[in-house]
Design a protein around this ligand. Structure first.
Ligand code: SF4
Ligand code: SF4
Ligand code: SF4
Length: 236
């Protein structure tokens, strides 16, 4: 608290203060979450069913993700050997051109949520603007310009974040926020059900980090932080 007060009254620029305060809030929330988890008492046992349901739900999502990635050829009506454009999230710098350079409007690039990596944080760096004071779903608190991220209370202290890809324009703002303050579970991918598979992808041409490459359709999706063996486990 003393440190927070010192930050607030120090002669640091407002933007820098905001970032420091945001980091401290995140640290406090995470610490508080850990303490709450450790303090699970008999009363929390009443919620066991909810918690089990929640964990099962997370598993279902990751199973769906694994099957989606492996079964992509059928999903896109392409033969597994056909070449498609793949976006490597580890190279992406969230420049925003995935939203503006695609020949389609809105872009065929969407945010995907890798639930297996998500911390289910109350204070989500991909959902809230850094300067947000109250963790509510008010539009002015959200990073997403199209209200494409849905925040849902699961169980204290867990929240789930779902992407409505019909609303997503692929701007990468949430990806940047999650990468900076969270686990990096929000990632951009070319949505192959929507992509025209142009001979020369205009985003690939404009991408400053050369994150795009041509790959066989059977391996069209590439998620950072999920190993092949994890896909296999998730399929389990
Ligand atoms: S154009 Fe490249 S660097 Fe920019 S958001 Fe898309 S993948 Fe990321
Ligand atoms: S912030 Fe941008 S990339 Fe993320 S869900 Fe919203 S529109 Fe999609
Ligand atoms: S291949 Fe064409 S439709 Fe697909 S992401 Fe690139 S520009 Fe958009």
């Amino acid at each position: 608290m003393l440190f927070l007060t010192a930050v607030l009254i120090s002669p640091v620029r407002i933007a820098e203060k905001s970032t420091i305060v945001y980091c401290l809030k995140l640290l406090c929330t995470n610490t508080s979450n850990k303490l709450k988890t450790l303090k699970m008492t008999d009363s929390s046992k009443k919620n066991k069913l909810n918690r089990r349901d929640f964990l099962n739900k997370g598993l279902r999502y990751t199973v769906g993700l694994g099957i989606g990635a492996i079964g992509v050829a059928a999903w896109t009506k392409l033969s597994s050997q056909e070449m498609v454009w793949q976006l490597d999230p580890s190279k992406c710098r969230q420049c925003g051109r995935c939203a503006t350079s695609c020949v389609k409007t809105p872009s065929a690039v969407k945010c995907f949520h890798v639930y297996a990596l998500c911390g289910y944080c109350d204070l989500c760096g991909g959902y809230f603007r850094p300067e947000t004071k109250n963790l509510t779903t008010a539009a002015e608190n959200q990073l997403c310009p199209t209200n494409a991220i849905k925040r849902k209370f699961i169980e204290d202290p867990f929240f789930e974040y779902d992407i409505d890809q019909d609303l997503c324009i692929g701007c990468a703002k949430c990806v940047a926020g999650c990468g900076a303050f969270g686990n990096g579970s929000l990632q951009l991918q070319v949505h192959h059900k929507l992509c025209d598979n142009c001979n020369q992808c205009s985003i690939a041409r404009d991408c400053p980090s050369e994150a795009y490459s041509r790959v066989p359709a059977k391996s069209a999706y590439l998620f950072q932080g999920i190993e092949e063996k994890d896909y296999q486990k998730q399929k389990g």
